[in-house]
Design a protein around this ligand. Structure first.
Ligand SMILES: Nc1ccn([C@@H]2O[C@H](COP(=O)(O)OP(=O)(O)OP(=O)(O)O)[C@@H](O)[C@H]2O)c(=O)n1
Ligand SMILES: C[C@](O)(CO)[C@H](O)COP(=O)(O)O
Length: 232
């Protein structure tokens, strides 16, 4: 019998407090409608479908709180979500959410802007977490990678043989992530795994799908719609 995670042992943090600069538009990208629901709802609903998931905390932009507590109040209650005010940087949002976590053995951080993470990939991630302290979804780089100078002239072609593009969820033993954040001294980070790496942790890569895309620009929303349409 393969090991499994205890029901409710995974607390999920959904950072959703960004300002969507690259997306543009009148509202945060996590509120954009995708197949009839907001982007954030898809991410939260997919995580909620696992018995291993207990608490879900969404780090929200403070300016969005009135909307979360009115338009989305029913969905927040139905998905059993706690709301916390996020910060100016993603890592600050995650740190504030960590402070709201109670009793979990693991913390999984998943971008609210990644609506299409698959059940299969999530199960594989949870399975990997039964034997490792830090795991994350990622995809092997498929294209050719160039490094340029500041005038967009190619300097080098990067060996891609062991390059991966990081995704989320990134999932950690709770005390490992808390310790990694405690050691953080302000250097810029764009994902949580890099803090654990810097603290000496071994982060295990679980191959995911390119369809677990992050809604960053408007074209990503079109791609997400097409992926959902094709899966119907
Ligand atoms: N201060 C921040 C910045 C980002 N995020 C969240 O982290 C995820 C990934 O960040 P990103 O895609 O970069 O979102 P934005 O920061 O909103 O995008 P941009 O850089 O284009 O402004 C998103 O769900 C975003 O809402 C957050 O919770 N708090
Ligand atoms: C965490 C992340 O999803 C890994 O790819 C990504 O770094 C977050 O988006 P950002 O644009 O870097 O804030």
């Amino acid at each position: 019998m393969d090991a499994t995670l205890e029901p409710g042992s995974v607390a999920v943090i959904l950072p959703a407090a960004g300002t969507s600069r690259r997306f543009g538009g009148p509202q945060s990208k996590i509120f954009a409608t995708l197949a009839g629901h907001p982007v954030w709802w898809h991410a939260a609903n997919r995580l909620r479908s696992f018995s291993e998931v207990g608490q879900i905390v969404i780090a929200i932009h403070p300016d969005d709180r009135p909307r979360w507590e009115s338009e989305f109040a029913d969905a927040v209650a139905s998905l059993r979500i706690d709301l916390v005010d996020g910060g100016g940087e993603r890592y600050e949002s995650v740190l504030r959410a960590i402070e709201r976590i109670e009793g979990a053995s693991f913390i999984a951080v998943h971008d609210a802007a990644r609506p299409l993470v698959s059940h299969t990939d999530l199960q594989r991630l949870f399975d990997a977490a039964t034997t490792r302290d830090a795991v994350m979804l990622a995809t092997p780089v498929r294209g050719t990678i160039k490094r340029s100078d500041d005038e967009s002239i190619v300097q080098t072609t990067v060996d891609r043989s062991r390059l991966w593009e990081a995704q989320t969820p990134q999932m950690f033993r709770r005390e490992l992530l808390i310790d990694a954040y405690a050691r953080w001294r302000g250097w810029p980070v764009t994902d949580d795994a890099s803090l654990v790496e810097r603290a000496g942790g071994k982060v295990f890569l679980v191959e995911g799908s390119p369809m677990n895309l992050k809604i960053t620009g408007p074209d990503d929303l079109l791609l997400a719609e097409a992926i959902l349409q094709a899966s119907r």
